[in-house]
Design a protein around this ligand. Sequence first.
Ligand SMILES: Cc1cc2nc3c(=O)[nH]c(=O)nc-3n(C[C@H](O)[C@H](O)[C@H](O)COP(=O)(O)O)c2cc1C
Ligand SMILES: CC(C)CC(=O)C(=O)O
Length: 349
Amino acid sequence: MSLPQNDPIDLSEIINLFDVERLAVGNMTEMAYEYVASGAADEFSLRWNRQALDAIKLNTRVLVDVGEIDTRTSLLGLDLPYPILIAPTAYHKIMHPAGELATAQGASTASAVYVVSSFTTTPLSEIARVATQPLWFQLYVRDDRELTRALIQEAEAQGCRALCVTVDTPVAGVRNRQQRVDFAMPDGVSTPHMADAFALTKSLTWKDIEWLQSFVKIPILLKGILNPDDADLAVQAGVSGIIVSNHGGRNLDTVPATIEVLPRIAETVNKRVPILMDGGIRRGTDVVKAIALGADAVLVGKPICFGLACGGAAGVSKVLTILRTELELAMALTGKATISSIDQSVIWQ
Ligand SMILES: Cc1cc2nc3c(=O)[nH]c(=O)nc-3n(C[C@H](O)[C@H](O)[C@H](O)COP(=O)(O)O)c2cc1C
Ligand SMILES: CC(C)CC(=O)C(=O)O
C-alpha cells in the first residue's frame, strides 16, 4: 500500500459533515477510506447510530432571548468553549502525511480537546509540542502491564489531562471491509506506542481499573460503556467519567445506537460523574439531542478523519467549526441560550 497522495481540496466545498466524507473518498487510498468508513459485519450499529439520531424530533420554544448563545461548559477541570471533542482514532498518517500533527494543529485552531489514540502514528511528544489546546490520551491496555504503565507515564509526562481507557475492545470486531482491502500499514508508517493491533489484552477486568487507579494521576474515563449496569459499576469503582460508545459501530454489530442507550445510562449515573457520548454525531442538532438526553459533551470520530484527508489541519478545524456553528444555531432555534439549559424539554415526546 502506498502513502496517501492528498490533493488540496477547496475547503469551501465543505458545507456540512456529510460533504467532508464525499470529498475525502477521492482523496484517500481505498484502504484508508475503507478503514475509516467501515463498521463491523453488516454495519447495523453503524447505521443505527445515525438513524436513531435522525428519528429524534426537537421541541422548540419561541420568544426566548437568544441574543447571546453561550456554548461554554466545564469538564473534568477544563473550561471548554463548546462541548465537542475529537474522538480517538488510530493511524492518522494513512489519512494524511502530516498525520496526528495536523490533527493537533486543527484541534488547536478550533479550540477543541484532542483525544490521542494509543495507535497514533506520531510520537506523543511530537504531538504535545504542536498542541496549544489540551490533549487527552486514549489507552489500550496491553498484555504487558508494565509497558502499559510506561505508556501512561509518558502520556502524563507529555501533559495529557485525562486518560480514556477503552473497555469495549478485547478483540476488534468482524471487519469485513478491512479484510476485503487487505488492510495493512503502508511502508514507513508505524505506531510508536503500540507494537501492533494484536497487542491488546483480552483479559482486562475491573481489577485492572483498580490497578490503574492506584497510580494514574489524571482523571480516568472508561470508553465504550453501553450497559447501565456497567455504568453503575464504573461509578462505584470511582472513575472520573464514562464515554457511552459503541466504537462507531466497529466492534459488536447489532448493539443499539448510542443515543438510544444514553438516557438509560444517564438515569443510572444520576449526575455522579460526567457522561460523554459518541457515535454518529454529524449535526449541531445531534449535539443538542445528546446533551438533552444526558451527555455533558460529545466526541466526533470519522468526520475528523475525513477532514484530515481533505485538508490536513485546515480540514480538521473546518469540521469542528461547522459543528460548533450548527450547535449555536440549534441552540438559538430551540430557545436554549446555554448548555446547562438544554434538557429533555427540547425533545419532542
Ligand atoms: C478510523 C477509526 C479509528 C478508531 N480508532 C480508535 C482507537 O484507536 N481507540 C478507540 O478507543 N476508539 C477508536 N475508534 C472509535 C472512536 O473513538 C469513536 O468511538 C467513534 O468513531 C465515534 O463514532 P463516529 O465515528 O460516528 O463519530 C476509531 C474509530 C474510527 C472511525
Ligand atoms: C487498531 C484498532 C483496534 C484501532 C481501533 O480502535 C479501530 O480501528 O476502531
